[in-house]
Design a binder for this molecule. Structure first.
Ligand code: AGP
Length: 577
């Protein structure tokens, strides 16, 4: 979602600021802007198109700039609503990520005299700064925001009379990067390659950077700045010859899987799971689909009662058993809906295990236990490798807690996984067929239905083809009314227990004229099946099937010429509820 970067240096910062802004593009945005502070004057440029368009219009350069990519929440996509946003008297400027919940009340209480030019909640913050700064120093005014604002906010604020970038953070990520220049950004990916180290700001942190130094404070801890954890910057975001990050990230899966063969999990995590009598999993989107697989693994493999919940629908009540434990799953570690769910869980004192791809994330900080899936940075908005690896972690945990021997079965699948990439032409064949269609249905049962759910989400995210996934047995209860001679149905068959029911449902749609493609396990296959994968343990078929279905979505979007890594309206890290 929205992205922030601010740079302060003895040299011109246009290059690094715009470069950082481009690296924030993957998060999703619909407008962007930048402000330079030069000789006590603001110079602001905005665009409701892409960053290239913004860059073309910039006519200045200098040593201090703040920039932003906006994903509209309060107010439509417009130049006025794009950040940076001025205070009424144009003395201050702000870029902001997050949502201010009590902005109308603040307007009513403090800002009756102010004129507002945007529809944003952000304009409230910058006018509040103007209001407070009449009584307090700039730093104290920033600090006082914590007393007044309710909601999430990561902000950079400029006073045109000071060569400083003030910052403040609450429940929205912000990072301080130290290199030849000082940088504050919402995402480590936006930091220049030569960044020596970075510090991930904590809630309650505020302060400022100048060209040469930084000053950091925390509302709760006066000595906080003495004990900062700095991290070295080490990530690789090159495309390595692939056309898109999504393709590259799918091709990374086999190597990543190999790291899992001898994966050890902390004994305290295993014990916590063993000692629980119920396991609840909470997540959003693709991570929720991994959670659903997890619930199936814990129920069927470990024989523990287990359920998966969508974070945005999650409510906690007193019916949860005392010995229940929660597992939360998130690629980004910053998903607002999940953060809210964790707060509810923690209020009731349940323990939380986080499965996540970001070491220094809010979700890790909020949880009692942390498992890093170590998938490496995932840039494409459509999550691929994170889904496969999170699901694998859940599969392993469900076996480990009952001392099940699974390594041989897993090794077999992992050692043969490259076969999946050898059938690329067959996947492409299906994708050519479906690319010009408007609707598509996935059909499965049990674990295959759960795989269909993710396949369907992946396809709609990047191809914009309307796609739905149905449990095979449920079709006859209504959805079969949709089927006609123009319908396409993809059936997934990997579980011997459910194969015949899925076959019957596929016959039913075929007899109503639908074109059917089948992806099946060798021992369950029929001659005309489109893709047949090697036999494996039924709980491990998700590895090959997920890769095939990710590639199917990818090739379909490629045929359509879509912006695959940055699909319309979507954001990589969904930091608003
Ligand atoms: C994945 O392809 C999606 N972009 C989306 O559903 C995502 O999985 C969801 O927003 C949750 O994100 P998280 O894993 O970072 O918490």
């Amino acid at each position: 979602m929205c992205g922030i970067i601010g740079c302060c240096s003895n040299h011109n910062v246009l290059h690094n600021t715009i470069d950082g802004l481009k690296k924030l593009e993957y998060r999703g945005y619909d407008s962007c802007g930048i402000t330079f502070l030069l000789n006590k004057e603001f110079h602001t440029f905005k665009s409701i198109k892409r960053i290239e368009d913004l860059t073309r219009n910039i006519t200045v350069d200098g040593g201090l700039a703040v920039a932003h990519t906006r994903w509209a929440t309060h107010g439509k996509v417009s130049l006025d609503n794009a950040h940076p946003i001025y205070s009424t008297d144009k003395k201050y400027i702000i870029v902001h990520n997050g949502i201010i919940e009590n902005y109308l009340k603040i307007k009513e209480t403090y800002l009756k005299e102010y004129i507002f030019y945007t529809e944003t909640d952000t304009e409230i913050i910058i006018n509040l700064i103007d209001y407070l700064n009449k009584k307090y120093s700039m730093l104290d005014s920033i600090k006082r925001l914590y007393e007044i604002l309710e909601g999430t906010f990561a902000c950079l604020i400029l006073d045109k009379n000071e060569d400083k970038i003030y910052f403040i953070k609450n429940k929205s990520p912000l990072i301080l990067g130290l290199s030849n220049e000082l940088i504050v950004t919402s995402d480590i990916l936006a930091l220049p390659k030569n960044t020596r180290k970075y510090y991930r700001l904590k809630d309650g942190d505020y302060g400022y950077i100048t060209k040469d130094t930084y000053n950091l404070f925390n509302i709760n801890d006066q000595n906080h700045f003495l004990f900062l954890d700095y991290y070295p910057l080490n990530y690789d975001v090159s495309l390595k010859g692939f056309k898109h990050y999504m393709e590259k990230e799918i091709y990374e899966i086999p190597d990543l899987l190999h790291n899992y063969l001898n994966k050890k999990y902390e004994s305290r995590i295993i014990n916590a799971l063993k000692n629980s009598n119920k396991i609840y999993l909470v997540a959003s989107g693709t991570s929720f689909h991994a959670a659903s697989l997890g619930a199936l693994f814990f129920s069927q493999i470990s024989k523990k009662e287990s359920y998966a919940f969508v974070s945005s629908e999650f409510q906690i009540d007193n019916t949860y058993d005392e010995k229940a434990i929660f597992i939360v799953i998130s690629q980004s570690g910053e998903t607002a809906d999940l953060i809210k769910a964790i707060s509810k869980i923690k209020k009731k004192n349940y323990e939380v295990i986080a499965i996540c791809n970001v070491e220094n994330s809010t979700i890790k900080e909020m949880s009692d236990y942390f498992i890093n899936i170590n998938a490496g940075v995932e840039i494409a908005v459509a999550s691929t490798k994170s889904y496969t690896l999170s699901s694998l972690v859940l599969y392993q945990l469900s076996n480990i807690i009952i001392n099940n021997l699974y390594i041989e079965k897993l090794a077999y699948v992992i050692n043969n996984i490259s076969n999946v990439f050898d059938i690329k032409d067959r996947i492409q064949k299906i994708s050519s067929y479906i690319s010009n269609k408007e609707h598509l249905y996935y059909l499965g049962k049990g674990i295959d239905y759960l795989l269909c759910n993710e396949a369907s989400l992946k396809l709609k995210e990047i191809s914009y083809i309307h796609s739905e996934s149905f449990p095979a047995g449920e079709l006859k209860h209504g959805s079969i009314a949709l089927i006609s001679s123009s319908s396409i149905v993809i059936g997934i068959i990997t579980d011997p227990l459910n194969a015949s029911l899925i076959r019957s449902s596929l016959e039913e749609v075929k007899s109503r004229g639908a074109t059917v493609f089948v992806i099946s396990l060798n021992s369950l296959s029929l001659d005309n099946d489109t893709i047949i994968i090697n036999d494996c343990d039924k709980y491990l078929s998700f590895i090959s099937i997920s890769i095939i279905l990710q590639l199917l979505a990818y090739y379909t979007a490629l045929n359509l010429g879509n912006d695959i890594d940055k699909p319309r309206n979507l954001a990589k890290s969904v930091t608003v509820e």
